[in-house]
Ligand binder design. Sequence first.
Ligand code: PMV
Length: 320
Amino acid sequence: MKNTARAHTNIALIKYWGKKDADLRLPLMSSISMTLDAFYTDTSLLIDTEDKKFILNGQEVTGPAANRVFDYVERLQKLFNVAGNFHVISDNHVPTAAGLASSSSAFAALAASFVKAYNLSISPKGLSILARLGSGSATRSIYGGFVKWNKGTNSANSFAEVIDEKPQMDLKLLAVEISEAEKKLSSTKGMKLAQTSPFFKPWIARNDEEIAQMEAAIKSNDFTKLGQLAELSASEMQAINLAAQPGFTYFANETLEIIKLIQELRNKGLECYYTIDAGPNVKILCQKNSCSNIKKYVKNILPNVKIVEAGFGPGITYLD
Ligand code: PMV
């Protein structure tokens, strides 16, 4: 048995950017995401092996990246009172060109593969909690479509739930890759620093309202409202970072060029919005029939960027 699980990445429309408890990865805010069809991770967990290995895209990984994976599996083993060596075999179908972090799909797939390998009977809610212990954004990758992660107050009630697993909304995401480079400041460090910003507390105070507005936009199939709210959440996150003590930004010059372009396109009547995570790459939210036009405009100002198109993706699936 290879116990292979597939999880898709997700993009936060209302951002998670701050931890209340770093060890349990309890967030200070609730978040909402869209699961993406174009990017996913397949992970198999082989148990009771002779040694411990992490193989990513056919290559053995050692060092900090492997240790994070080993620590995570060992943490789950302790939780379920099981032990033994294991091999984690992952194939990442998250093209570097997408400029998307793969930790959401990576830890969701690993959690799902773990419960299958040990034949544990875990509900999707339980799986979401287990994924959260690996990476915050992975909490939401258990489900497809539009997903909400309720911040909760403790480990047992901080998990994701479906808002709409098969949305009808005409919504596409164009992932524009500006840089393939690893981010200099990890999201863990960025989230910690962000809390020194005077804008952090006011932002948290607005979280319930932003979540309610985004849910209403999703339920009423309102692309315009969804785009405006997603763009605002991303801008708030970046503004907080700039005003942190010391201030920082994940933006590159090209990030701002694309933001300006998106604003110009909107003024021209071509409706699109941006969202950005802990990196320079821009994700453009738009509707199906404007994708190719928007791609052309982006290529016009930045001919060398790569653009990958995505739609709604599914939740966890098992391949064997
Ligand atoms: O859980 P992490 O380390 O993947 O952090 C995710 C942080 C953001 O991508 C910036 C926002 C989010 O909600 O996914």
